[in-house]
Each structure stands twice: as C-alpha cells, then as structure tokens.
Design a binder for this molecule. Structure first.
Ligand code: TYC
Length: 111
C-alpha cells in the first residue's frame, strides 16, 4: 500500500503566502532643544542666579558659575529639553524677567 505524504496544517492553496514589507520599523527619537540665556548690561547678576535656581533646578554654586559664563561669553546653554519643555522654560523665564522689568533674554534652538 502506497503512503500519502500529508502536510500538517496547510491546505496549500497559498492563502498563507504574504509579502514581506521592505521597511524596517523606525523609532525616531524626538528632536531636542537647547535653551540659551543671553547676556545684557542691565539685568542684575543675582536675578540671573535666581532664574537658574528657580527654573533650571541648579544649586547656588552651579547657578552662579553659569551666570558668570553668560556674563563673560555672551550666552550659554542652560539646558536641553523636549520642544514642549523648552518652550515652557523660555516662556517662564521671559515672563519672570518682564514682570521684574529686566531685559534678560532667553531663547531656544534645535540641538
Ligand atoms: N551682565 C549682567 C551684569 O553685569 C549680568 C548678566 C549675566 C545679565 C547673565 C544677563 O544672562 C545674563 N549685571
């Protein structure tokens, strides 16, 4: 008696045949933004130190050092954040400076 070569779980009508997609899944990291503090001749040093402590979580020594860097070099990166966080930080600093009538400028740029 001849034996039949049965194949398991495949009716062989090719309904199980697919096409492999040529793309590979990409998980792109969101772009990050530098927040910059700019020097000016009028904003008091203590105010800048306060800004760095209050909005950028620095201790007094870190804040004083970075304030001096901005004072000497003209500007410095004070942090790198997602777009939304950077935007919020800039808005908070600008509002705080304006309310105290200081010309302090804070901006952001793509990293
Ligand atoms: N240049 C200012 C002064 O001499 C101090 C200062 C530092 C201002 C940093 C702004 O982002 C700044 N009073």
């Amino acid at each position: 008696m001849a034996t039949t070569p049965w194949r398991l779980a495949d009716s062989d009508d090719d309904s199980d045949v697919g096409v492999k997609t040529a793309t590979r899944p990409r998980t792109k990291r969101p772009p990050m933004y530098k927040v910059l503090l700019l020097n000016d001749d009028y904003t008091p040093m203590e105010f800048v130190v306060l800004v760095l402590e209050r909005f950028f979580g620095m201790n007094h020594a870190q804040a004083f050092e970075l304030m001096l860097t901005v004072h000497q070099k003209g500007l410095a990166v004070v942090g790198v954040f997602s777009h939304e966080i950077a935007e919020t930080k800039v808005a908070l600093v600008m509002d705080f400076a304006q309310r105290h009538q200081h010309p302090l400028q804070c901006t952001m740029e793509k990293e």
